[in-house]
Write a protein that binds this ligand. Structure first.
Ligand code: SF4
Length: 257
């Protein structure tokens, strides 16, 4: 009984999130996830819990399956980059209270890579990117396009937490970005979703704002780049979630295409 209540709670939360994203109903057809609002339909159909298949509650679960830090070392190439990083002292962030370097996590052969800005408090504590509130939202965004965290790769431009979560400074970005670039070259993703201004500006070598950058497709190396809002921004500005959903659908479409 308690488990059923818990599943219902998770389902309700998941449906609320999909509604917030502006998703037009649910289908078990994977192709559905790449279609939708382009049709110009205005009506929104969010099914009731009773309309959804009860046989596969796991597919609707909200709780993320966050890989352990040990999964960072599951590829021969990425560990060599991590080894080069070492106990890095290349910029002043190593003296400003970092607990550990947050390198990256996920599938080293992923077609889809997410790049964020820098670790926050939770990430600094756990050594894994995107595990705090913003990370939980990112996990839901990944699941909304039919993938899991294990299937994608997630990293930040900056590998150490800036004090008080301040913005990274230019010398810190310059010192750390070569390691992100090497990660991208090793992983060789088809699509990179750049989460927020710092990630997009670092990959695209521009100073344009994220609002100006999003909505178009760019290239970095052999990957197509979709800039979108950082999940932390979406938590503060939920009215932009629909824009983020459009960006995610575009990324999924590129992956499938
Ligand atoms: S932020 Fe990057 S360059 Fe700076 S100390 Fe950490 S790992 Fe090294």
């Amino acid at each position: 009984m308690g488990r059923n209540v818990n599943s219902r709670d998770q389902l309700a939360e998941h449906l609320k999130f999909l509604t917030e994203l502006g998703i037009d109903g649910l289908s078990r057809d994977r192709g559905w996830r790449t279609s939708g609002r382009e049709s110009g339909r205005e009506s929104r159909t969010v099914p009731q819990a009773s309309e959804l298949p009860a046989s596969d509650p796991a597919s609707l679960a909200v709780a993320p399956a966050i890989p352990s830090p040990s999964s960072l070392a599951n590829d021969v190439d990425l560990p060599s980059i991590r080894a080069d990083l070492g106990d890095c002292t290349r910029c002043k962030l190593h003296t400003l209270g970092r607990r550990q370097i947050v390198f990256g996590v996920g599938n080293p052969h992923a077609d889809l890579m997410f790049v964020g800005e820098a670790p926050g408090r939770d990430e600094d504590a756990q050594g894994i990117p995107f595990v705090g509130r913003a990370g939980q939202l990112l996990t839901k965004m990944i699941e909304a396009i039919g993938l899991t965290r294990d299937e994608v790769y997630i990293a930040n431009v900056i590998k150490c937490r800036p004090p008080e979560n301040r913005n990274p400074e230019p010398d810190e970005v310059a010192a750390c970005e070569p390691f992100l670039f090497r990660q991208v070259e090793m992983i060789h993703p088809k699509v990179i979703v750049a989460l927020g201004a710092f990630a997009a500006q670092t990959l695209l070598k521009t100073q344009d704002s994220i609002s100006r950058l999003r909505g178009r497709i760019y290239t970095y190396s052999s990957a197509q780049v979709i800039p979108t809002f950082h999940p932390a921004y979406l938590l503060r500005s939920p009215d932009r979630k629909r824009d983020a959903w459009e960006d995610l659908k575009k990324a999924k479409s590129l992956l499938d295409g």
